[in-house]
Design a protein around this ligand. Structure first.
Ligand code: ADP
Ligand code: ADP
Ligand code: ZN
Length: 216
């Protein structure tokens, strides 16, 4: 099963993609996580990406398309995958469609998660993740069960993203409106777009997603 999760920064894509991964045994492919790993590796590509990410802009389409083509060719993607953060431009959406055709794959679900803009800023400003396993938390809506200890792996190291500062968040929301939102009509025209209400609490959103994915 191949899934695309769409929605603005802070909509809950990463949180839900992890739950889908667990339930369906298909990997979450987060282009943001892949880029952050490249940044951490200190490679020249990573350094170039960091400057772009810190400004809230998008990394060039060609680079992203190549990253996704390589990643989806890995053996763990044979039963399917969840795209979280890709495509982000019409050009990426078109390249993805071409890749699916060439590889004989089917895009089973394109799901948009909708969240009010005011809530997005609040969500992103409170976001932090486990430095070891990447589980996503929030200062008020999703704290670890034991303060300072990751629920999943027990690590006590947490990280906050450099681009989750309010100024950068506003730039990212504008980039979403200008460059990413136009792919919604692209999928709608093809009859592929489904929507879930991302304003509901985390478990309710998960239930709505599982239902769309075919659970009774
Ligand atoms: P995205 O991957 O779309 O940028 P995340 O999954 O990282 O979004 O979620 C952004 C922040 O909002 C995180 O701190 C997360 O814990 C929190 N969050 C996610 N979903 C919800 C929800 N349904 N209600 C409240 N907070 C949420
Ligand atoms: P969020 O879901 O909170 O917006 P991501 O982790 O998906 O954040 O992305 C962080 C940053 O990585 C983006 O602001 C952008 O600079 C870059 N990025 C991630 N995915 C893409 C993509 N598909 N195309 C271009 N840039 C990307
Ligand atoms: Zn952890």
């Amino acid at each position: 099963m191949n899934i695309v999760l769409l929605g603005p920064p802070g909509a809950g894509k990463g949180t839900q993609a992890r739950r889908i991964q667990e339930r369906y045994g298909i990997p979450q492919l987060s282009t943001g996580d892949m880029l952050r790993a490249a940044v951490a590796s200190g490679s020249p590509q990573g350094r170039r990406a960091k400057a772009i990410m810190d400004s809230g802009q998008l990394v060039p389409d060609e680079a992203m398309i190549e990253i996704i083509a390589e990643r989806t060719a890995q053996p763990d993607c044979r039963k399917g995958f969840i795209l979280d953060g890709f495509p982000r431009t019409t050009r990426q959406a078109e390249a993805l469609a071409k890749m699916f055709t060439e590889k004989g794959l089917k895009l089973d679900h394109v799901i948009e998660m909708t969240v009010d803009e005011a809530a997005l800023v609040e969500r992103i400003s409170g976001r932090f993740t486990c430095g070891q396993c990447g589980t996503v938390y929030h200062d008020s809506t999703k704290r670890p069960r034991r303060d300072g200890v990751c629920d999943v792996c027990g690590s006590t190291k947490f990280v906050r993203r450099d681009d989750d500062k309010p100024e950068t968040v506003r730039a990212r929301l504008k980039v979403y409106r200008d460059q990413t939102a136009p792919i919604l009509p692209y999928y709608r025209r093809r009859g592929q777009l489904k929507t879930v209400d991302g304003m509901a609490d985390i478990d309710a959103v998960t239930a709505a997603l599982f239902k769309l994915l075919g659970e009774p």
